[in-house]
Design a protein around this ligand. Structure first.
Ligand SMILES: Nc1ncnc2c1ncn2[C@@H]1O[C@H](COP(=O)(O)OP(=O)(O)OP(=O)(O)O)[C@@H](O)[C@H]1O
Length: 238
């Protein structure tokens, strides 16, 4: 019997307001170590697909499973942590990044206490600092941060609180310069587990396996898609 996939999307259909499908009967699976790059013209439904997977958007048909279980079989905080959506514009969040980190930490601490698990953790503030974010920025309102600062902080929180198995990245480096973007790419890839028996795993990055197990990554850059992806899906064709 084949092993249960890490993430499984089956026959997912989302309708537009006028009832025509945005995409229909979309199916794929994701294994540990994979980076699925989502491509497609603007408006083809890439963000909507990530939000459906994160259970933040309704869909008219289909199933999403993590380790063989649908979101309703997990409790919601657990699903939010394990299948974490990192928005394209985190600067729309209320309060400061530090407030946000405390809320997420209390949710995940409660969960871990219930499960008695520790889980590998990367310090979000340390990680963000590696990406050029000084500590005082965590005390500023999201709305006062630049797009690139907010993106790096939101990513560091998603990775750093631990427990995220699939990270859903909505153009995570769209506001960054090329150098910062490649730094973020390398550290995200380095946290993945290795993809067994597969040569498409961004060979130059040493994998430590201390972070999320797999990524789904929206990008409009063909170069970035080549650098990070082990596989790609073009939503314009669905
Ligand atoms: N809440 C909503 N209500 C109605 N329509 C929506 C909603 N969210 C998204 N849409 C529409 O669904 C379509 C897909 O949007 P989505 O943001 O998923 O596209 P995308 O491929 O991520 O685009 P981009 O590359 O521009 O970010 C668009 O036509 C958008 O206007």
């Amino acid at each position: 019997m084949p092993a249960t996939p890490l993430l499984e999307v089956e026959d997912l259909t989302v309708l537009r307001d006028n009832s025509s499908p945005l995409f229909s009967n979309l199916s794929f699976t994701l294994s540990p170590g994979e980076v699925l790059v989502l491509r497609g013209v603007s408006g083809s439904g890439k963000s909507t697909l990530l939000k459906c997977i994160a259970d933040l958007n309704l869909y008219s048909n289909g199933t999403v499973r993590l380790h063989g279980k649908e979101s309703k079989e997990w409790d919601i905080p657990e699903w939010r942590i394990k299948v974490a959506y990192v928005p394209q514009r985190p600067s729309l969040l209320p309060g400061t990044p530090l407030d946000f980190l405390s809320i997420i930490r209390s949710l995940s601490a409660r969960k871990k206490a219930q499960q008695g698990s520790e889980g590998a953790e990367v310090d979000p503030m340390g990680l963000a600092q590696d990406w050029g974010i000084d500590k005082p920025l965590w005390r500023r309102d999201w709305g006062t941060l630049s797009g690139g600062e907010a993106q790096r902080i939101a990513l560091a929180v998603a990775v750093g609180i631990g427990g995220a198995e699939v990270l859903l990245l909505d153009e995570p480096t769209s506001a960054l310069d090329a150098e910062s973007s490649e730094k973020v790419e390398k550290s995200l890839l380095s946290m993945l587990p290795s993809l067994e028996g597969d040569s498409r795993q961004n060979g130059h990055v040493q994998r430590k396996g201390n972070g999320p197990k797999a990524l789904i990554w929206i990008t409009h850059s063909a170069e970035q898609a080549d650098r990070v992806g082990t596989r790609s899906l073009d939503l314009s064709q669905h």
